[in-house]
Design a protein around this ligand. Structure first.
Ligand SMILES: Cc1ncc(COP(=O)(O)O)c(C=O)c1O
Length: 466
């Protein structure tokens, strides 16, 4: 037998062992209340860096797996744990892990549209589900990417091609000071000049200042530059704020800009009734980035770009080559509408959990996150020592210690450290101008009131010593 092909018996033994390990880790989740063990992991780094040579000889599979579950996996920050309220939480719905096992095992090819038509159909179907969530009609098309950053990069290239042609050096793009940095990185990667990135201030609500945006566009036009791209935020990473999409659409029409919405954090809230209102107008954009590994609680590695006029995806990314004889059929051909050729089938990660639970289960979970955020905001507002950014729109709450101005951000930074060192929940922070705010981002499907109570208890413990 081929040395690289285990017998069915040995394959099953490996699967059984991995299953055993995963299930005991899964069961222990409920008891473990230490969310961050990354510092312990650092201690072992030296041991692992010593063994960094490529192994010449075989090792025991069981030993490799046991070590992973004893050290590499647990000695980390559990970003899919219930107490993870930092940055934008990753989910980790387990059905997606099973989907990944199946797709990697089968290893079928969906880069082109003729080798696995029925699997390709699943990926296409999943994208059409996302299209219906955003509210585009059937002229829309999309791709699944590794995440929001790569989706934003594709949007930038589409816009560049559509609006600038060969005048790339004159193209100017606009976003707010709260726009995610992947937009600016994507612009650079798409060949736009860094000096033509316009970061527009936000108003007191944290939304792009429309007056300043228009003024800046006029200034750029006078300089004979070509304004071509505006990004609206469907939930800023810093504060969860939603830009005014109706006004941005008007501006993009008036100045012939590509209107992109980065809905990586907030987009899936439009499944809920409150989110739908807050995000209304999203379907007016030329393109939308969604991140199922955020708002659909999936494991990392699943983002999406949806494009209102789907033909633009093919126009921009199709490329003839002599060694692939494409078939002329009606199926979507992913290698001809994205930068990628060979890649894993990402759709299965969405297909399996959404088929199994139904989208209503996700709607309910997201509604519960909004409710939990309101509860958290209300509770935090009761502490006189805290200053909160008012009226959170989705599930990000920002607060700081209302300290004397000569202390600057000292106590707020101490408070963040104190809470994170308690290891019940994990929070992150953001500088708005030079004022530091702690962020609570509630987006893990595992987060419940119990975690919020733990956060509040840690807060009280800090205040006791103040
Ligand atoms: C608003 C926004 N856009 C884009 C991204 C980048 O997404 P990813 O990390 O999936 O590349 C993030 C990540 O947090 C985000 O919050």
């Amino acid at each position: 037998m081929n040395k690289l092909e285990p017998t069915a018996h040995d394959f099953k033994k490996m699967l059984d062992h991995v299953c055993k390990k995963i299930i005991s880790h899964y069961k222990a989740r409920e008891q473990v209340n230490e969310i961050d063990k990354s510092q312990e992991g650092m201690i072992f780094l030296e041991k692992y860096s010593k063994n960094s040579k490529i192994p010449e000889n075989p090792s025991s599979f069981k030993k490799i797996i046991d070590e992973l579950f004893a050290q590499q996996i647990p000695l980390s920050l559990d970003t899919s744990g219930s107490g993870y309220l930092a940055y934008v939480p990753g989910g980790g719905i387990v059905e997606s892990a099973i989907a990944e096992l199946i797709t990697c095992y089968a290893n079928r090819y969906i880069g082109v549209n003729f080798t696995a038509p029925l699997l390709l159909q699943i990926e296409t179907q999943v994208i059409k589900w996302l299209i219906s969530i955003v509210g585009y009609d059937n002229s829309a098309k999309g791709i699944l990417t590794s995440g929001g950053s790569i989706a934003n990069l594709h949007a930038m290239i589409l816009a560049r091609e559509d609006k600038l042609g060969n005048k790339i050096s004159k193209g100017v793009l606009y976003g707010s000071s709260h726009t995610h940095h992947s937009i600016w990185k994507g612009a650079f990667a798409a060949g736009l000049q860094r000096k033509h990135q316009r970061i527009i201030e936000v108003n007191s609500d944290g939304k792009i200042d429309l007056k300043k945006l228009k003024e800046q566009i006029e200034v750029d036009l006078k300089k004979k530059l070509i304004p071509f791209f505006i990004v609206g935020n469907a939930g800023t990473t810093s504060c969860g704020r939603i830009d005014d999409f109706y006004e941005l659409k008007k501006i993009s029409k008036a100045y012939n800009l590509w209107f992109h919405i980065d809905a990586a954090y907030g987009g899936f809230f439009c499944l809920t009734s409150q989110g739908k209102k807050a995000l209304s107008g999203m379907q007016q954009a030329d393109s939308v980035t969604l991140d199922p590994h955020k708002g659909l609680f999936l494991p990392y590695g699943t983002g999406a770009l949806l494009v209102n006029d789907g033909t633009k995806l093919d126009k921009t990314f199709s490329q003839h080559c002599s060694y692939i004889q494409c078939q002329d059929n009606d199926l979507w051909d992913f290698s001809n509408c994205s930068l990628e050729l060979s890649r894993e089938m990402r759709g299965m990660r969405i297909y399996l959990p959404v088929k199994k639970y139904g989208i209503n289960a996700f709607r309910k979970a997201l509604t519960e996150k909004i409710k939990l955020s309101k509860y958290t905001f209300k509770k935090l507002s009761q502490y006189k020592m805290l200053s909160l950014i008012p009226n959170p729109e989705l599930t990000i709450i920002n607060f700081r210690y209302a300290e004397a101005s000569n202390l600057k951000n000292k106590t707020t930074l101490e408070l963040l450290d104190f809470i994170n060192n308690k290891n019940n929940v994990h929070l992150s922070g953001v500088y708005l101008e030079d004022v530091f705010y702690i962020r609570v981002c509630i987006l893990s499907f595992r987060t419940s009131k119990k975690d919020i109570e733990a956060l509040l208890a840690d807060l009280r413990a800090f205040m006791k010593n103040k």
